[in-house]
Design a binder for this molecule. Structure first.
Ligand code: ATP
Ligand code: SF4
Length: 320
C-alpha cells in the first residue's frame, strides 16, 4: 500500500471576480521512501496542492472535492486535534521562506526544543539536548541555538527548518521551493539533506519550478499545468522521452550544461485561472494542438509506468 494516495483532489479559491479551481482533479500516489517532485510554471497549483496535504490551504481557498489518504487515514476527515498531532511528527513541511515558520523574537534553540516537548513529551532539559543533536545532524554550529533567526543566513535558517523537520523522523516531508532564494552551493547542501532523509525512509514531496533540480534528485516527477496533471513518470523516462508537449516544452526551456542544445522557452503564458481555456488547457500554447484539443478535455491515460493527459497519446492507444 502506498504511504499516501491523493484521489481526484479539487481545491477552489473563491476569489473576487470569479472562482479559481487551482487544483482540478489531481490523483497520484507516493510510496514510503520515494522522492517525487512536482514541477510546473507559476500558478499551476503546486503550492496549493502541498498546502492541502497539510490541510493548510489559506482562505479564500477550500478543498472542494477528493480524498487524501495518508497511512490509511483520510486527512480531509480528521479533526483539529488529530491533525495537530500529525503535523510535524508524521508530515513535516519546509517553506521557501523559513522566516514564515520561525518566531523572530525567540532563540532558535528554544523553538527547536519546544518541538520535542510538544511532540515527544520530553522535559525541557532533555528537549534542549535533542535540539543540540538536531543542529549537529545538519552540520550547524552550536551557537545557532543561541541565535535569533534574523542573525542567521538564509541557508542556515533553511538548515534549522530541515533539522527540526528531520529530528521527528516524519513519514513524509513536503518541501515547497526550499532553495529558491539560495545560491547553488547552498542549494546542493539542502538537497543532500533531503536525500539523507529519504535514505532513512522518509518520503519527499518537493515542489519547484526548477526542472533540473527535479531531474537531479527525484525518483518520479509530476508535471502540472493550470491545475491539472499533465504527466507523471519515472524521472529518467520522463526526461529522456517526454510524452506530453508541455513536459517537452519545459525540458526544451532549460539549458543543458553537457550539450550545446538550443534553449527554447515555451511561447505564451499560462492562462488566467478565472477563465481557463476549454478542452486541453495547454492548447493555446501547444505546437501539436489538433481540432479536438480545444473542444474536449483529454483523458488521463496510463502508458507503461507513465500517466499522461493528452489527445496525442489517446490516438496512440494509451489506456484511460
Ligand atoms: P508559484 O510557483 O508561483 O508559487 P504555484 O504553481 O505554486 O505557483 P499556486 O500558488 O498554488 O501555484 O496558485 C495556483 C492558482 O491559485 C493561481 O492561479 C493563483 O492565482 C491562485 N491562488 C493562489 N492563492 C490564491 C489566493 N489566496 N486567492 C486567490 N487565488 C489564489
Ligand atoms: Fe497539445 Fe492537444 Fe495534447 Fe493538449 S491534448 S497537449 S493541446 S496535443
Amino acid at each position: 500500500m502506498p504511504l499516501m494516495s491523493v484521489e481526484n483532489l479539487e481545491i477552489t479559491y473563491m476569489a473576487l471576480g470569479g472562482r479559481i479551481k487551482a487544483v482540478d482533479g489531481i490523483s497520484f500516489s507516493l510510496e514510503q521512501g520515494e522522492w517525487m517532485t512536482v514541477v510546473g510554471e507559476s500558478g499551476s497549483g503546486k503550492s496549493t496542492l502541498a498546502y492541502a496535504i497539510m490541510r493548510l490551504v489559506p482562505p479564500p481557498g477550500k478543498i472542494t472535492g477528493g480524498k487524501i489518504v495518508f497511512d490509511g487515514m483520510n486527512l480531509l476527515e480528521l479533526d483539529k486535534e488529530k491533525l495537530r498531532k500529525i503535523r510535524g511528527k508524521e508530515i513535516a513541511m519546509v517553506f521557501q521562506d523559513p522566516m514564515t515558520s520561525l518566531d523572530p523574537l525567540r532563540r532558535v534553540g528554544d523553538q527547536a526544543a519546544e518541538l520535542f516537548v510538544e511532540h515527544e513529551g520530553l522535559d525541557m532539559e532533555e528537549a534542549k539536548k535533542r535540539a543540540e543533536e538536531a543542529m549537529r545532524s545538519v552540520r550547524l554550529p552550536q551557537h545557532v541555538l543561541n541565535s535569533y533567526p534574523h542573525q542567521l543566513s538564509g541557508g542556515q535558517r533553511q538548515r534549522v527548518m530541515i533539522a527540526m523537520a528531520m529530528s521527528l523522523r516524519p513519514k513524509l516531508l513536503i518541501a515547497d521551493e526550499p532553495t529558491t532564494a539560495l545560491d547553488v552551493l547552498v542549494q546542493e547542501g539542502i538537497m543532500e539533506l533531503l536525500n539523507s532523509m529519504k535514505e532513512e525512509g522518509t518520503s519527499i514531496l518537493l515542489i519547484t519550478h526548477d526542472l533540473s533540480l527535479a531531474a537531479n534528485w527525484s525518483d518520479r516527477i509530476m508535471v502540472m499545468y493550470a491545475g491539472r496533471l499533465a504527466e507523471l513518470g519515472n524521472t529518467e523516462d520522463l526526461v529522456e522521452r517526454p510524452l506530453h508537449p508541455y513536459t517537452k516544452g519545459l525540458l526544451d526551456s532549460v539549458p543543458d550544461l553537457w550539450s550545446d542544445k538550443e534553449v527554447k522557452p515555451i511561447e505564451g503564458n499560462p492562462p488566467d485561472m478565472r477563465y481557463p481555456p476549454p478542452g486541453c488547457r495547454f492548447h493555446p500554447r501547444c505546437p501539436m494542438a489538433m481540432e479536438i484539443c480545444s473542444k474536449k478535455e483529454p483523458p488521463i491515460l496510463s502508458i507503461d509506468k507513465r500517466i499522461v493527459s493528452c489527445w496525442l497519446m489517446a490516438k496512440e492507444g494509451g489506456k484511460a
